[in-house]
Design a protein around this ligand. Structure first.
Ligand code: BTN
Length: 276
């Protein structure tokens, strides 16, 4: 493994459908994904990106790995995936914003992934699950981990880490009932990770600036159309329940309680409550 390999170089062990990723992203003309560090194996691409940020990496620099040995998920969970099966990458965005912009950034990152997955598997039901999971046919196909680099009370940069299950055909027994992949959804057409990556980066490049500059208003309609929870009975880890009713301007989940009061959930995990 070399996390210090020059951007653009393709190390051994990187799959064929990623080898042209750097060029494809450059052809799209967006700022994100340039330069791109393609790595065979690394502890966590988010950690690489945070290290890069400290060392002066520029806006858009992206770390993409075939394998993570210590991949991280939200809320201290691990993110495990077999080598070569997933799209695992982290983008450094040098945006200056208040911490309240972080949930909206995570929401549009999830939306970018949703749109890219939907394009790769036409006709499949691909939705976002607040705060930033992506579901394919009701099962998790991707997750987003946004981490901030702060200076005092301001955010100076964000690392957007994304993991998408692409070629995976079998999951560990603990998650097999909840997880899926593009390959399982579309067995006859092998998904191309470079194209999915370029689609995500292009969309995120646009929406990141929109959201940092103007908040969620301009993407609200797309968020609502993609919302797997809207109108569904949900419960959080504290046992609070209600009907999911969209998101507010700060990216919090709006929930209508049984007594009609609209409340806002700011963090944590949300579960669908099965109706009898
Ligand atoms: C979640 O659903 O809990 C978020 C998962 C985020 C995983 C990605 S994989 C690339 C990047 N590097 C990490 O260590 N985590 C994110």
């Amino acid at each position: 493994m070399s996390a210090d390999r020059p951007a653009g170089a393709v190390p051994r062990g990187v799959g064929h459908d990623l080898r042209g990723a750097s060029q494809l992203v450059a052809e799209r003309g967006c700022m994100l994904g340039r330069p791109m560090h393609l790595l065979a194996s690394v502890a966590s691409t988010n950690d690489e990106a945070k290290r890069g940020a400290r060392e002066g990496a520029t806006h858009g620099t992206t770390w993409l790995a075939e394998q993570q040995t210590a991949g991280r998920g939200r809320q201290g969970r691990t993110w495990a995936s077999a080598p070569g099966e997933s799209l695992l990458f982290s983008v450094l965005a040098r945006v200056t914003c208040p911490p309240s912009s972080l949930p909206p950034i995570a929401l549009v990152a999830g939306l970018a992934v949703r749109d890219a997955v939907a394009r790769a598997v036409p006709g499949a039901g691909v939705l976002t699950k607040w705060p930033n999971d992506v579901l394919l046919s009701g099962r998790k196909v991707a997750g987003v981990l946004v981490e901030a680099i702060t200076a005092g009370a301001r955010v100076e940069a964000v690392v957007v880490g994304i993991g998408i299950n692409v070629h995976t055909r079998a999951f560990p027994v603990e998650i097999e009932g909840r997880a899926t992949s593009l390959a399982l959804a579309s067995p006859s057409v092998p998904p191309d990770r470079a194209t999915i990556l370029a689609d995500v980066l292009e969309s995120l490049d646009h929406d990141l600036h929109v959201v940092v500059g103007r908040g969620l208003s301009l993407v609200r309609a797309r968020l609502e159309a993609a919302d797997a929870l809207r109108g569904r009975h949900v419960r959080n880890d504290s046992g609070d329940e209600g009907i999911a009713s969209g998101v507010d301007d700060d990216g919090r989940l709006l929930v209508t309680r049984a007594d009609g009061v609209l409340v806002r959930w700011g963090a944590g995990e949300v579960h669908l409550v099965e109706q009898a």
